[in-house]
Structures are given as structure tokens and as C-alpha cells.
Design a protein around this ligand. Structure first.
Ligand code: GLN
Length: 303
């Protein structure tokens, strides 16, 4: 299938809606300055065909898309042991909620909410230089050198009161081994990585290839581990909108408050859409619409 005209048509038909609905994330000051009038889409098939349209080469803040890659690092390094302090259930709560952590003894519901990603990051900080390893993984996966946006990382650190609360709370239950400040610093840097849609469509490629590196082909994760990441994306990747995503789009997706959404069609392709204005759960509004149009036009879905 030639995907290029499909992506161009999606961008052309959604462009008139830019700026009409949704809000850019404002609780991180550096993100509040991003223009909402942007929309990009890119995909890469398992056999290396690429297509992209709109603002697909404009870098943006990956934010919670990094949770996909910190979990990948954690699973690769720790295998099953990664699940000792993190659950696998949808939270049904906002991504930065504190409420479940108290009744569930500091064990986050899943690795894709902030508490879960902080717990994963803590394990990574114990193992190695978590910041350097994240950049190395992402750069290798997309075939280009990627960087932190230090301004975004500093901006988030200065306003990250909820994340500090989550990490301290888990520490009080004995679930965080390292200094909270070190874990937060690594987490904020992971969220601050700047990438574009095409780079992210490439970087996620191992998720549609049973764990094989998108370019090198060597196994990054096992087939079983990869399937598990895809299931978690479907059930937990878009927070309390996961049901709506499954209903409307029917693909494993992971979103970030920078406006990016990564989606996987297992054994076929990975894609990334980006548009900064968000709906109430923190998912890109036009990104959701673009994915919905894509699955409707192509008939691709896991169901
Ligand atoms: N850096 C953001 C935070 O910790 C990530 C949240 C998100 O993208 N959903 O709040």
C-alpha cells in the first residue's frame, strides 16, 4: 500500500481544525509557548517503507513517549524483575494522580503513568547512567543523534511538584532506592528529549517487529516482551482515555503532553502523529483524529 497519499490527505483535511479546540500543556512553562498550529504524521513499515506529511520533521518534546523507552531499557536490563514494584493495570486516573499510591502501598498501577515511570527510572538509575543510556537507545533506534532540551528539563524541574510528591511518596514506602532528586533529574531529562515524528516512527519500529532493532535487526527485546509492551500501550498508554482510544482507533498507542502519539500496527508498521493541543486527559486532540482517520482509511487495526 502507498501510504504517502493517505497521510497527505489526513493532514490536509485536519489542517482547518488547527487552533479550534484543545489546549497546549501549560503546567510546564516551556511547553506552554509551543504553537498549537502544527500537525505532523509519519510512519515506517516493518520492511522499511517510510511516509510522512505535515510538520513531520519539526522536533517536539517527547514527554511521556519516553516512558515507552524507559520501560524498554528496564525490561531489557532486568527481565521479569522489573515487575516487582510496578503493576500492569490501567489506572483509570489522570497520569499524575497520587490517590491510588497510598492504598496500594507505593506500587504504581502501571509503567506508563508518572509514578510507574518514576519507579522504572529509579531502577535504571541504580543500573547505569540513565540519562546517557536513554539518549544512546533513542539515537540508535532512530539512526540519528538526539538530545535533551535542557530548557524543557529545567522548566519541568522548577514546576514538577506533583512528580516530586509521587517520588517522595514511593520513597516513604521503601519503593525508591536512589536519591529522589537524582531520579527526578533523570525522569525530567527523559521527558525533555526533542524528536520529530519521523524519528519516533523509526524509533518505535522494534514494536512491530517482535523486538528486532528497526535498522540493525538484532533483538532488543524478545517477542514476548514486545507483545507485553504493546498490550500495556493499549490498556494504559493513553491514561484514562485508553478505552476511548481502543474504541475509536483500535491500536496500541502511547501519548505525551508534548502532543505526540506513537501507535503500533503489529507486524506491519509504527507511526507517530503530533499536534500540541490536548484534550482533557492530556492526549493530542488532532493526533487522535488523525489516527482515527488512518485506521478508517486503511482498515488497519488489531481487532
Ligand atoms: N513530563 C510530564 C510530567 O511528568 C509527562 C506527562 C505526560 O506526557 N503525560 O508531567
Amino acid at each position: 500500500m502507498d501510504f504517502q497519499p493517505v497521510l497527505e490527505e489526513i493532514v490536509a483535511s485536519l489542517r482547518p481544525q488547527l487552533g479550534l479546540e484543545g489546549q497546549v500543556a501549560s503546567y510546564i512553562p516551556a511547553l506552554a509557548r509551543v504553537s498549537p498550529l502544527q500537525l505532523g504524521i509519519a510512519l515506517r513499515t516493518c520492511d522499511g517503507q517510510e511516509a510522512h506529511a505535515g510538520d513531520s520533521l519539526t522536533p517536539f518534546s517527547i514527554q511521556s513517549l519516553s516512558k515507552l523507552f524507559s520501560l524498554t531499557l528496564g525490561m531489557r536490563e532486568m527481565g521479569e524483575a522489573i515487575w516487582e514494584r510496578i503493576g500492569r493495570e490501567p489506572s483509570g486516573n489522570p497520569f499524575n494522580s497520587l490517590v491510588q499510591l497510598e492504598s496500594e502501598q507505593g506500587i504504581p498501577r502501571n509503567p506508563f503513568i508518572n509514578a510507574g515511570a518514576l519507579a522504572v527510572t529509579d531502577r535504571l538509575v541504580t543500573l547505569f547512567d540513565a540519562k546517557a543510556q536513554m539518549l544512546a537507545l533513542l539515537s540508535s533506534l532512530c539512526g540519528e543523534t538526539v538530545h535533551f532540551d535542557e530548557e524543557v528539563a529545567a522548566s519541568e524541574a522548577s514546576t514538577g511538584f506533583r512528580n516530586a510528591a509521587l517520588a517522595n511518596f514511593m520513597k516513604s514506602f521503601g519503593r525508591i532506592d536512589n536519591d529522589v532528586s537524582e531520579v527526578l533529574d533523570a525522569y525530567f531529562h527523559h521527558c525533555s528529549v526533542s524528536m520529530n515524528c519521523l524519528q519516533l516512527a523509526r524509533a518505535a519500529g522494534f514494536l512491530c517487529r517482535d523486538g528486532a532493532h528497526p535498522f540493525a535487526g538484532e533483538p532488543l527485546l524478545s517477542e514476548r516482551q514486545t507483545r507485553r509492551i504493546n498490550s500495556l500501550m493499549l490498556t494504559c498508554g493513553t491514561y484514562d482515555a485508553a478505552g476511548e482510544f481502543a474504541f475509536r482507533i483500535g491500536l496500541p498507542c502511547k501519548s505525551g503532553v508534548g502532543g505526540g502519539i506513537v501507535a503500533v500496527v503489529p507486524d506491519k508498521l509504527t507511526m507517530c502523529v503530533w499536534s500540541p493541543a490536548l484534550e482533557a486527559s492530556g492526549n493530542s486532540l488532532l493526533g487522535m483524529k488523525a489516527l482515527e482517520m488512518f485506521t478508517a482509511r486503511t482498515g488497519l487495526s488489531i481487532f
